[in-house]
Design a protein around this ligand. Sequence first.
Ligand code: PLP
Length: 424
Amino acid sequence: MQVAESRRVSLDTGWVRAQFPALGAAASISPQRIFLDAPGGTQVPESVVSAMRTYLVESNSNTDGAYELSRRTDALIAEARRYGGAFVGGDPDGIAFGQNMTTLNFNLVRAVGRTLSPGDEILTTALDHEGNVSPWLLMAEDRGLVVREVGLTEQLDVDLEDLRAKLGDRTRVVAFCLASNAVGTVTRAREIADLAHAAGALAWGDAVAYAPHRRIEVGALGLDVVLCSPYKFFGPHLGMAWIRPELAATLPAERVRPAAEVPVGHRFETGTLSHEAIAGFVAAVDYLASLGSGNDLTAKLRVAYDAIQRHESGLAGAVGAGIAGIAGVHSVGLPGDSADRVPTFGLVCERATPRRLAEALSDEGIYVWDGNFYAKRVVETLGLDLDEGLLRIGLAHYNTSEEIGRLLEALERVVRATANPTGR
Ligand SMILES: Cc1ncc(COP(=O)(O)O)c(C=O)c1O
C-alpha cells in the first residue's frame, strides 16, 4: 500500500507503554508483571480512562433529549459511528454498538434467521469462537435450518477445499473468523468471502481476534458483516458490528416499535447503550491512530497497523523459535514467523495441564490464559480435553522483546519443574 509504505513508522515501545497505567503499575510490582493475555482482553491507555470519566462527569445523559448533556451524548454517538466506520473501512451508518460481540451476534443472527426458510444452510468453521457458532446453531434449531461445519487444514487454517465442497445452492451464510483467538491463524478472508458470494451467501466475519493486530478493511475483505470487541483493542468492555447498510436496512431487526430506523446500524442497538464505553472506544481508536501518521483517521490507522504488525511479527518469530527449543511443550498451528498469523500461540504441554503451567507462570508474574477460550472445535479437533484445552500466550503491541526473553526462560523452567517435580 503506497500510503503506508511512504509513511512507514516504527513503534516507540517506551512511549507506547507509558500510555498504559496498568503497565506502569505492573512494572513496579515484584516480580514485574508481564501481560501475555491480550486475546482475553487488553489493557487500556490513560486517554481511554479519562474519556470515560469525562463523559460521565460532563455529558452523562440519555439520548434525544432537549438539554445540552443529551445533545452532547447524541454528538458522541454520531462521532463514534464515524470512528467505527473509519476503523473498519466502511460506511459509518452500518455501525452498531452493543454489550459485546456475542450479544450483538445473537441479535444479528436472529434477524437473518427471520429471512430464511427451513432447509436453508449456514456454514460455520471449526476455527471459530463459539460467539460465531452457537448463535447459528440455536437459530437453526428454531427455524429448521442446517448448519454445516467447515474443517481445518493441518496448519489449523480454514480448509478451503472443504468449504468449496460444502457450499451449495441452499447456503445462505458463511460465518468465519478473520483470526483464531486460540492459535493465531489469520484466515484467507477474501477468498472465503468470494466463495460465499459466488454461492449467493453472506460473508459474516468475526474480527475479534484480528482487530488488535491487523486493520479491518470491509471492502478489501469483501465482508457483509463484521464484528469486533473494543476491549480486545485497548478500549473498554463493548461490542461493535458493521453491517453493510443495504443489508442492515432490510433485515427484520428485533427492536422496540418507537426506536429510530436511522442510521441503519442503530436498528440493531437495543435499549440504552454504554455511552461511557462508547466514549472510551473513540479514545481507543484515537490512541491507535496516534501510532501512525497521515492526513485523516483512515490514513493514520493504516500506518499504525503497519507498525503494529511489524513489531508483533518480530516478537512472534522470537516466541515461535523459543518454544521450539523447549522440550516438553510445543506450539500448534502455523510457525511463529509465519506471515499468516497474529501473535497468539496455543501450546500443548506433554506432562502438565495448561492450568498447572499457567499457575506456575503466574507465580513468576507472567499472565497467560489456559483452557478452550470458547474455541471449542479447535480444541476438540486437536484431540485435547475440552476443559483443559491449551496454554495460550497472546501478545499485544505493548509487549517487548525483554518480556519475551523472560517468558521463555520462565516457561523452560516451569516445564522442566513440572516434568521433574523432585528437581532431580
Ligand atoms: C474470536 C472471538 N470471537 C468472539 C469473542 C466473543 O467476544 P465478546 O466477549 O465480545 O462477546 C471472542 C472473545 O474472546 C473471541 O476471541
